[in-house]
Structures are given as C-alpha cells and as structure tokens.
Design a protein around this ligand. Structure first.
Ligand SMILES: [Zn+2]
Length: 505
C-alpha cells in the first residue's frame, strides 16, 4: 500500500491524500488549500473560470496530475506529461470547502463517496450559489471550448456521480436529481449524475464509513482495510458519541491519518456546545433590544443552540432565506423540521431566485418577517446575521441591543480588517459586542473572548486520548501546523511533507 499526501500535510485544510494499492486508489478529500490560495488570490482577484484549471495548475494550487475534468483543459495546456493515477473515487469527510472545494475539478466520471447529509448540504450550497469552483461539488457547469479553445464557456449543468454511505430517501433522491426552476424550456439544461450505494460499488479496499462529530452535520470518518482517517473530528459537540464509536471501530488499525488543528494551541480550554448555550443565553436574557447571533451558516448545531435560546427567552429566531433552504435540505435526510417557529428575514431586493420562490416561499411564505416589524419590536427577535448581512441593519435601524460573535477566530490579516469594518457597523447602531473586543490604538486588531464559540476540532487532551485508544503502529498527522507535537508525544509518527509518499507492506 502507498499513501501520498499531495496537499494539506502542514496547513490547516486542503487535504488531498491518496491511498493506493496495485495502481488502484482513492483520494481522502480533495479540498481547497486556503493558505496557498490566499498567497495569490483575494476578493476581486480570482482564478479565471474561462481558463479551466490553467491558473490553478500554474500557481501550483492543485497537484500536477492527470486526473482533472476533460472540459477544463484549455488548448494551451497539456496534462499528458503528468502522472495519471488510477483514482476510483474521492472519499469526502465533510462539506467544508477546505475538504471538498477542489472536487469540482476532478474528472467528470470520478464518483464521490459521501454521507447522505453531506450530499444534501452540497446540493443546497450549489443551488443557492452563483457558481465558483468551490461550490460546484454537487453539480458543475460543463464547459465547451470557444475561440480556438483557450477560452472555455459554460453550456449546461452536469451532476457529479455520488456513492452514498447510507440508504437515501425518495425525497432526497428527488432533491439531488432536480434543480429548482430548471424544467422550463428556456432554462439551462441540468443533467443529474448517477447515484450508487457504498454497498454495491466496486472500490479498492474494504471501505467503512462512520459519522463523526464536527461543526457541520454529516461529517464522516473512514476505515479502509487497515487505515483509519478521522477527517475533521471532535469530542465535545452534541454528537460526541458518534466520534467515540468511530474511535472504537478504529482500534488497533495499523495506520491512523489524523487531523491536528488544535495541536498548535498552547493550552487546552474547556469548551463545549453546552457552555456556548449557557453564555449566549445569559447575553440574550440581559439584552433589552434586538440580538444578533453571528455564526457559520453551515453550523446547524449552533443554529439549534440559538433556536433553543430563542424559545427560552420568548424571542423568535430569524434566519435568511438561504439558511431556510439549507434547513429544508437537511430535513430531507434526518426528518427533523427546524423551521417551526423560526422567521425568515425579508431582505429588500427586486429579484428572487427560483430556489427561494419555488421552495422557501412555497413552504414558509407566512414566516417571512419584514425589517419594519423588527424595528417596531426589536426585543422579540434573535437575528442570524453575519458580516455580509450588516447592510440589513440600515433597514432595521436598531438603537442598541446585543451582537454575539459565535464563530472561529480570525486567522489572517485580511480577516482582521473585516473585523474592523464589522465593528464600525456595530458601533453605528450602538450594539453591545460579545465574543470579541477591538483594541484601539495603533493597528486595530480584534481580541477574541472565550465561551461564545466551541471549536469544530478535537482538543489536545482528547486527541491524546483518541490516539492512545486507537493505538496505531503508524500515525500520519495532517491538517495541522504543528506535526512536531505528534512526534514529541507518540511513537510511530511520520512527519510528511506535501507530495511525499509512504510505502507499507
Ligand atoms: Zn471542517
């Protein structure tokens, strides 16, 4: 068996790990490496989609391999000198961009193994986005060459083939194979991909999938023959028991490929979703005006936390139409309706997309809440707004209230600048800020307050427990800036660099 880490060995995210035997193999994730991307790209300077994979390959943001989509290779690019691997599938751990964001580039026939929850989330993300390579996992814009073939132009939508780790319901199948509003005569054609179950597929290795706890639902750990891969995992969320089950199943595996996001943290702080609940509840109880809860829109567990807080404080939780659409998608998987008693913010705009008019309005049209309503009774609401929703405050015009930052800390200078902008918005409307503080004087830098967010990643203490419990012969740390920590603490650690291969008997 050969294991090559093409990317994500010593950065947080961008995992592209290839496990191979007799020239047949699978990728464990094929994510976007933000650390590398942001060396070249920023908000208004992006890779050019009309040039297919040209830009990403030249900047070495994706590995030089002959495994990419045939329609993304412009006439002035040739992959023939690059290795053509026998990739049979990508095993996706979860629907975060740093794990799935480059999957859209992979050969059109390459299937993705994923949990039904991940597939539903990815489909909903694609429906509500305007494209861009990161979001094109569930289906992508197929391109045809124009003007001599250096330019590639979109012509139709094509669905990715999926291998689902569990049985899918009829409703979910229907959701995945249709795009709202694309039955019409003038709409761009949508060709759904093929769907199989893990049971019926003929992949290299004996592959088993286990759901694990992370800050997005549907996260999955995999066991392939004698290799266990954690994906992103933690032990302190609502689904911690699922992570524990994975650890039990992975016991005594020969090789453990393990995430180490928190290996860098100096100290372990005690954080959990229940602590977040308590702290945020206190803020809401004490607040006289409107409350804004700012968390990752894909962190459905956090959304449930705030929904519970809203109920306890006799407020109404208000989400965006996009959030409501996402909740519709995940209900198709677990049957849990999260929209009872939840309002949908009526953003002032002149046009609405089909997914909104045909699905969200159709179902929950009565639950829309106008900004004027919130202005009149701010005390009745908790708004799920993030930085990009701050413009809506100009219609609500709150005078005081509370804002809670309930997401991960900024890790780049660019993000720190956004915090300064965010802070200006909050100050303009006299909102009291929880979760971070702005240090004045010199360059303004946010300082984060603990207790309003629980990380999606396993703490160092739990990591130690997990590794001791699994007790593998070989440990391959990935998704970490501190592989040294592993080498210092455990036997059998292989510190690996991007592009390096390990051989096993
Ligand atoms: Zn993640």
């Amino acid at each position: 068996m050969k294991i090559t880490v093409y990317d994500g060995a010593t950065t947080i995210g961008g995992n592209k790990i290839y496990v191979e035997e007799n020239n047949r193999g699978v990728f464990l994730d094929f994510g976007m490496n933000f650390a590398k991307y942001t060396k070249y790209f920023t908000e208004f300077l992006n890779e050019r989609s009309v040039r297919g994979i040209h830009d990403l390959l030249h900047l070495q943001l994706i590995p030089k391999l002959n495994i990419y989509r045939s329609d993304l290779i412009p006439s002035d690019l040739s992959l023939s000198s690059y290795p053509r691997l026998g990739v049979k599938a990508v095993l996706l751990s979860h629907a975060h961009l740093d794990h799935c964001g480059n999957i859209a580039l992979l050969n059109e026939n390459m299937p993705v193994v994923a949990s039904p929850m991940s597939i539903a989330i990815l489909k909903a993300i694609r429906d509500v986005s305007y494209g861009g390579v990161g979001s094109e996992v569930a289906y992508f814009s197929w391109r045809r060459p124009v003007e001599g073939g250096r330019i590639l132009s979109s012509c139709k939508y094509k669905g990715r083939n999926f291998i689902c780790t569990e049985e899918m319901s009829e409703d979910l199948l229907d959701f995945i194979t249709h795009k709202p509003g694309h039955e019409g005569r003038y709409a761009d054609k949508f060709e759904p991909g093929e769907l199989y179950s893990l049971h019926d597929s003929n992949l290299p290795f004996e592959i088993e999938a286990f759901e694990v706890d992370h800050s997005i639902y549907g996260a999955t750990g995999y066991i392939l023959d004698s290799v266990a891969y954690t994906g992103d995992i933690r032990m302190h969320g609502k689904n911690a028991q699922k992570s524990r089950k994975f650890v039990k199943e992975a016991r005594n595996m020969q090789i453990l490929i393990v995430e180490g996001t928190c290996a860098t943290k100096e100290e372990d702080i005690n954080e959990s979703e229940s602590l977040v609940f308590e702290n945020c509840l206190k803020v809401v109880e004490e607040s006289e005006g409107v409350v804004i809860a700012d968390f990752s829109p894909r962190n459905f567990e956090r959304l449930e936390t705030f929904r519970e807080i809203a109920e306890k404080t006799s407020r109404e939780l208000v989400v965006s139409a996009k959030d409501a659409y996402m909740l519709y998608a995940i209900e198709l998987v677990d049957g849990v309706c999260r929209m009872d008693g939840v309002g949908i913010y009526n953003e002032l705009k002149d046009r609405r997309s089909k997914w909104e008019t045909l699905v969200v309005r159709e179902r929950w049209g009565e639950q829309y809440i106008d900004p004027n309503e919130i202005r009149k009774n701010p005390r009745n609401y908790i708004l799920c707004f993030s930085f990009y929703d701050m413009k809506n405050l100009l219609d609500i015009k709150p005078e005081g209230g509370a804002y809670i930052y309930s997401a991960s800390e900024a890790f780049s200078e660019e993000q720190e600048f956004d915090f300064l902008r965010l802070y200006n918005w909050l100050r303009t409307f006299n909102l009291r800020v929880y979760g971070f503080k702005m240090e004045e004087g010199g360059r303004a830098v946010p300082k984060f307050e603990k207790g309003y967010h629980a990380s999606g990643h396993i703490s160092r203490e739990d990591l130690r427990w997990m590794i001791e419990r699994i007790d593998p012969e070989v440990i391959i740390p990935v998704h970490t800036e501190n592989p040294k920590w592993f080498a210092e603490n455990f036997d059998g650690v292989k510190e690996i660099r991007d592009g390096e291969t390990l051989l096993f008997d």
